[in-house]
Design a protein around this ligand. Structure first.
Ligand code: NAI
Ligand code: 13P
Length: 319
């Protein structure tokens, strides 16, 4: 909708013929964003070749679990001059790879040329043209600026950042913290607990991100603090909602079924738990979430474990 509003002809690819037909007929997306009119220059299709023919820009936004499969389907039709952007928040579960790596491998182009778009941007608000700010990151500044120009509008402000690793890690890990914030609210804890989760969650994001090569300043930006705040506090957040349902003892499978939309934080918790080992960094909130999601630990015990950790410094001591 943002791109269509900026005057581009947009082809929205979906695997579901029924969904494409519904959107083209009713000019709304009843399944995911009901009741809001879609721009007239947006056309839904299930034909990947049609979607990519002559495209100036291709935005990949499948769930992380489907990114490789979707990129595989796109690869034969993607033209050399098409700018590749993605807005997916997660890692590939089996390989722990970031999304730019997965796209680079499947699309047979350098990871440096790919752009990631991230930041606090719930679709429910963007489609209603509510003021939103995001960041586009790429090792190639020209590519980032091309994406910035394409998406920038009166209600959608876009910043560039060269730190792809930082932006991708922040976007993925904040979903774990949002699950925790939902759990905390669901357990009836207050604002102090949520502020603690956000702040110590940011410490976890920064620790893993910098170990993976990110610029620590990225985590103070839109992809870091910005997205953490929105996902931990917004009524729209799928991860927050899933966390709050888990708090009352609803089994994970049932929570995911009831959500009916991707809850990236669940798979990301597994991936981040592995990455923490690989990079030898402490991620206590992630570890407790892992134990709740995958080892039947109770949310209350997870809180007790976090509060009962050995005393430590807030930041590393100098000298
Ligand atoms: N919803 C939001 O406000 C935002 C979402 N994101 C990110 O965008 C990504 C997608 O999230 P949502 O659109 O919210 O999820 P969603 O669950 O609402 O929609 C996912 C779409 O992907 C399709 N899909 C799933 N598996 C597929 C496959 N194997 N092949 C083809 N299509 C497949 C589904 O049919 C559905 O149309 C996630 O990584 C999320 O973190 C990022 C910013 C904001
Ligand atoms: O990343 C998002 C907003 O920026 C969406 O988060 P949820 O998946 O928790 O809704």
């Amino acid at each position: 909708s943002v791109l269509a509003g900026n005057g581009y002809d947009v082809q929205l690819w979906t695997r579901s013929a029924e969904h494409a037909e519904q959107m083209n007929r009713a000019r709304t997306n009843e399944k995911y964003l009901p009741g809001v009119a879609l721009p007239s220059s947006l056309h839904a299709t299930t034909d990947m070749q049609e979607a990519l023919r002559g495209a100036g820009l291709a935005l990949f936004v499948a769930p992380s679990s489907a990114m490789r499969a979707v990129a595989k389907q796109a690869a034969p039709y993607l033209e050399d001059g098409t700018l590749v952007v993605h807005a997916t928040k997660g890692f590939e579960a089996e390989t722990l790879k970031r999304m730019t790596t997965v796209l680079s491998e499947e699309l047979n182009r350098s990871a440096e040329s790919i752009v990631v778009l991230s930041g606090p941007s719930h679709a429910e608000e963007v489609i209603r043209k509510q003021p939103t700010t995001v960041v586009v990151a790429s090792a190639d500044l020209q590519a980032a600026e091309q994406a910035q120009d394409a998406f920038m509008s009166t209600y959608f402000r876009v910043y560039t950042n060269p730190d792809v690793v930082g932006v991708e890690v922040a976007g993925a890990i904040k979903n774990i913290i949002a699950l925790g914030a939902g759990l905390s609210d669901g357990l009836g804890f207050g604002d102090n607990a949520k502020a603690a989760l956000l702040t110590r969650g940011l410490a976890e994001i920064s620790r893993l991100g910098t170990a993976m090569g990110a610029n620590p300043l990225t985590f103070a930006g839109l992809a870091g603090v910005g997205d953490l705040v929105v996902t931990c506090t917004s009524q729209h957040s799928r991860n927050w909602r899933a966390g709050s349902m888990l708090a009352d003892g609803t089994p994970l499978e049932e929570v995911l079924e009831r959500m009916g939309m991707v809850v990236e934080g669940v798979r990301t918790t597994r991936a981040a738990n592995e990455l923490a080992k690989q990079y030898d960094v402490q991620m206590p909130i992630t570890a407790e979430l892992y134990s709740v999601l995958f080892a039947n630990n109770s949310p209350k015990d997870a809180v007790l474990n976090l509060m009962g950790r050995l005393k430590t410094h807030e930041i590393e001591q100098l000298g």
